[in-house]
Design a protein around this ligand. Structure first.
Ligand SMILES: Nc1nc2c(ncn2[C@@H]2O[C@H](COP(=O)(O)OP(=O)(O)O)[C@@H](O)[C@H]2O)c(=O)[nH]1
Ligand SMILES: [Mg+2]
Length: 252
């Protein structure tokens, strides 16, 4: 399988672990990375260009002139990735809070389950897994996930994990064809658009949430507590734009 993973980068000069990307290699599958420099004001552009120079086939860089936010940075990256006709595309947070060693199971889901079009990493704190997240983020995340599930009419455990993989299908390309309304929780809008295309039942059968084995909060997040309020406002926008029809969570 050939996959292109988009890595949105906004002022990531200090956090980006270029060595981890260079080291990452898989037997059997080909994974290339497309870094999107989201109008950074620090040296991110230089760091990414150096990665590209080290291995131009595996590391591509798209420079956006000004800061657009993660949603649009990811979308621009995916549009460029689709053009190269890979089997799969995805996005992965630059801080590697989900380490790249988690990527193979994502590829495996798409390879072994033809009905699945989206694989969403899920941070489920189970014993035996290595998930550490600040308590405040964990609990606000659980409240958020409940509101999100209500809005979508689909019980989703974790829409906000920064690790996602998609099959390069026409429906998936359609989902990313136009800019998202939401700057903060576009991951929810991805599912809302997919539901609009396929209906709840078919959409639910094509999405797989995959518990990641390792997830660590990485210092230097640009998310602040006020962003929870922004996320709520975005959720309201999504609710208005993608109405849930004839289906409730209690009566699926
Ligand atoms: N916060 C923020 N992140 C961006 C932006 N554009 C791209 N990103 C990337 O989105 C990813 C998630 O950002 P991060 O600050 O780690 O958010 P968190 O993990 O949800 O706390 C990183 O790869 C960022 O570089 C932007 O405008 N703002
Ligand atoms: Mg992060």
């Amino acid at each position: 399988m050939h996959a292109i993973i988009v890595v949105p980068c906004y002022n990531e000069e200090k956090r980006l672990d270029g060595e981890a990307f260079r080291r990452f290699n898989l037997q059997g599958d080909r994974v290339d990375f497309l870094f999107v420099n989201d109008g950074s004001s620090d040296g991110t552009g230089r760091v990414l260009d150096a990665l590209h120079d080290a291995n131009p086939d595996r590391f591509q860089v798209l420079h956006l002139e000004r800061n657009r936010g993660k949603a649009e940075a990811v979308r621009r990256g995916l549009l460029a990735a689709f053009e190269r006709r890979p089997d799969a595309v995805g996005f992965w947070d630059a801080d590697l809070a989900t380490p790249l060693s988690e990527l193979p199971p994502f590829l495996e889901v798409l390879a072994s389950r033809p009905a699945i079009d989206m694989v969403f990493g899920a941070r489920v704190r189970l014993l035996g897994l290595d998930i550490s997240r600040r308590s405040s983020r964990h609990y606000s995340g659980r409240v958020g996930a409940t509101l999100i599930s209500r809005t979508l009419g689909l019980a989703v455990y974790d829409t906000q994990c920064g690790a996602k993989l998609f099959r390069n299908s026409s429906d998936i390309r359609h989902v990313f064809a136009s800019p998202f309304l939401s700057r903060w929780i576009f991951d929810v809008e991805i599912i809302a658009r997919f539901i609009r295309l396929r209906g709840h039942d078919q959409a639910a059968k094509a999405i797989c949430e995959l518990p990641v084995r390792v997830w660590h909060d990485v210092e230097g997040s640009k998310i602040r507590s006020t962003d929870f309020v922004r996320a709520l406002r975005d959720l309201w926008k999504i609710h208005r734009a993608y109405p849930v029809r004839k289906r409730t969570l209690d009566n699926p």
